[in-house]
Ligand binder design. Sequence first.
Ligand code: COA
Length: 331
Amino acid sequence: MTKHFKAGIIGTGSAFPEKKLTNFDLEKMVETSDEWISKRTGIKERFIIDENMPLSVLASEASKKAVEDAGINVEDIDLIIATTITPDYLSPSLACCVQKDIGAINAAAFDVNAACTGFVYALQMAQGLIVSGIHKNILIVSAEALTRAVDFKDRNTCVLFGDGAGAAVISRVEDGTGIESVHLGAIGEMGSVLTIPCFYSTEEDRSKRGEGMDRVIWMDGSEVFVFASRIMSDATISILEKANTHIDDIKYIFPHQANIRILQNAAKRLGVPMERVYSNLETTGNISSASIPVCLDEASKKKMLQKGDKLILVAFGGGLTYGASLVSWSK
Ligand code: COA
């Protein structure tokens, strides 16, 4: 008889550039202050990638660490899903660059764009592909170089974003732990509140941006703020219902790190104390899809997680996209 198995996270890794950009550095670049940024966002500093460094280097570093942490050989990886909205190239994909750099010669590779929700989207794909038996060991690598996609003259956006990479290996687990449930969604109708043009953009979209800044992030901050605060708690409630689990049984919520006030609003709606809501915003800023795997890696390395702990991963982002997952920790 075949043993029952689930898909679980069996290894994590993360990587950051060396250079930091503090709020005090930003004070010299744009009309802002450490006090404003800290109070309104919870961010103190973020990492910034060197202009000569490809994002694939960071992504590969995080990936190698995740594979090592999983205790498998890189040749055992049979699929790489990279999530990013700031790839070095559209082709080759970031996943293909990582495949080459880490020597994952037996892996297929492709990129996913679900903006900041990318990791949760990839997690559902990985779960389906593993539980169906199509793949055995999937590497998800979420990497972003958002400082390359902001206008450092636009104080509404440039203070929020940073760079970094997080990775996770998803494999069969047979001990009852693993990914219990994933709930994904999108509201394309609201897509225009957060945009990054690529090869085409409307005149209206171009007029929102500074001279020569056609491919940078533009965002209606307050619209995104309201959406994010609501969707974080709604998606969490949906996943709890789907998995027939109570919020009190959840050890930690790992939310996408965008603004500490969004996390506080959602925690309040859910009746969860902030001690159970993981945050590293102060030191990383918003690193889009990389934020959840980086947080998981940090918490794992700090020995905050034990096998069987129930966790909620919840994210929202451009698109607009959102998603939540209930995971029973497998390491
Ligand atoms: N420094 C100083 N002042 C700033 C500023 C900055 N970096 N950015 C904006 N301001 C100003 C505004 O211009 C505005 O000034 P005004 O009243 O003279 O017009 C004032 O601060 C208040 O702006 P407001 O937009 O109401 O601030 P806020 O408290 O909503 O915070 C964000 C703005 C962007 C931090 C907040 O809306 C946010 O976090 N939104 C969600 C962003 C997000 O999560 N994006 C990624 C999604 S994955």
